[in-house]
Ligand binder design. Structure first.
Ligand SMILES: [Zn+2]
Length: 403
């Protein structure tokens, strides 16, 4: 038996197999070949000693925006620097521009990109206007069609509920559900200020995903202000609706998360909602978001589960992604826990000091070794309207904080 690469003596955390302890990981032909102790080495095997480091499956970021034909989209490849080996686009495109997104980004990307398709024909093109302020953009038939044509990379349907869906959010939701039902795939629903969250939760089905579960701008999963879980939140969780973090630049509040934890409500998946604005304003990365949840008291094993195996399960890809099972794709993150004093900020400009953070050390993408920082990052220029958007976010964050 000849392996291409062996990672020696790392502390392996693989929640998909209940593994939490020291062992070697062997890679062959871009796949995980074996986990165990004293794996045989030949003259052809590359060896890396990762003693004192943690080894986990490559991270799966369930919510980000990667179509650069939108004001929001950024180049996904930069996430490889952070140990993220699969990114999911949360509906930046709709049936009109999905094909172009696939050709321009999904296919050439070094990182794996999968996607939800927005019920609005153009996805989320701009900050200037909500994508469903005019309900004529919501097209269930065409959305289902494009999903069926791209089943290998499409995971489901996306919709944003709040000001971006005007005063017909529930009608738009029903149209999105229609496309999701027709394709037998999950619906991912973004909730923000103005969303009719209890009615939304009542409509969601097993496996549907509610994102921005710890947003603190109102119309969230709790009674206001900062009360108990909505009865519809409790019922939805019982029914198997999944709750995702989606940090973003307006959707993560320490207060909401802490109140959720007090009610024994933890997220199913932890994601960044990275886009042109959250990446600039918060320099957010998935390891940073995970470190915020360590700071809130979640265990390391738990945050790793919620950024590997759990999102992979949510998108029906847990045989290949978010796991170190034999014959799964050799996407691996090797990381350290740095201790010190670190500033962590929520999207209401509330800074807390934390004592530890996850620091990527080495990344494997299909067995290929990547050093953090090695992948070049290029981003589009910001314009006046982008600055207006930053100002708007800041203003509304302070207002909702004072409420
Ligand atoms: Zn988003």
């Amino acid at each position: 038996m000849t392996y291409d690469l062996i990672l020696h003596h790392g502390h392996v955390i693989d929640p998909s197999q209940g593994i939490d302890g020291q062992m070697d990981v062997a890679i062959e032909n871009g796949l995980i070949a074996e986990l165990g102790e004293n794996l045989p080495v030949s003259s052809l095997t590359a060896e890396v000693d990762v003693a004192g480091k943690y080894v986990c499956p490559g991270l799966v970021d369930l919510h980000g925006h990667w179509y650069q034909g939108s004001s929001y989209g950024i180049d996904p490849n930069g996430c490889l620097n952070d140990g993220v080996t699969t990114v999911v686009d949360a509906g930046t495109t709709g049936f009109i521009n999905f094909g172009e997104f696939r050709r321009h980004t999904i296919e050439p990307a070094e990182i794996q990109v999968l996607a939800f398709v927005h019920i609005g024909g153009l996805g989320i093109p701009t900050t200037l206007l909500g994508e469903l302020e005019d309900l004529r953009y919501a097209r269930p038939k065409e959305t289902a069609r494009v999903i069926q044509d791209h089943q290998d990379v499409v995971l489901g349907v996306k919709i944003r509920e709040g000001s971006m869906s005007g005063n017909h959010g529930l009608e738009a939701l029903d149209l999105a559900l229609k496309a999701a039902q027709e394709t037998q795939l999950p619906l991912m629903v973004h909730i923000s200020q103005g969303a009719k969250t209890p009615d939304i939760l009542k409509r969601l089905r097993t496996g549907d995903i509610l994102t921005h579960c710890f947003q603190g701008r109102g119309n969230g999963i709790l009674t206001e202000p900062l009360g108990d879980l909505l009865p519809s939140t409790i019922e939805a969780r019982k029914r198997g609706v999944l709750f995702d973090v989606g940090h973003g630049c307006g959707s993560f509040s320490w207060e909401t998360a802490r109140r959720g934890f007090e009610c024994h409500f933890y997220p199913d998946t932890i994601s960044t909602d990275l886009h042109r604005f959250s990446v600039d304003r918060f320099a957010e990365t998935l390891p940073t978001t995970l470190s915020k949840f360590l700071h809130l008291g979640m265990s390391l094993e738990d945050v790793i589960a919620k950024s590997t195996w759990k999102p992979a399960q949510a998108i029906g890809r847990s045989e290949q992604l978010g796991t170190l099972k034999k014959n799964s794709i050799a996407d691996v993150l090797i990381f350290e826990i740095e201790t010190g004093e670190f500033k962590f900020e929520d999207t209401h400009m509330q800074v807390e000091m934390g004592g530890k953070r996850i620091k990527p050390y080495l990344v494997l993408k299909e067995g290929k070794v990547i050093q953090p920082g090695q992948v070049a990052i290029c981003r589009r220029k910001l314009y006046e309207s982008d600055q207006e958007y930053f100002n708007r976010i800041e203003r509304t964050s302070i207002v909702s904080k004072k409420k």
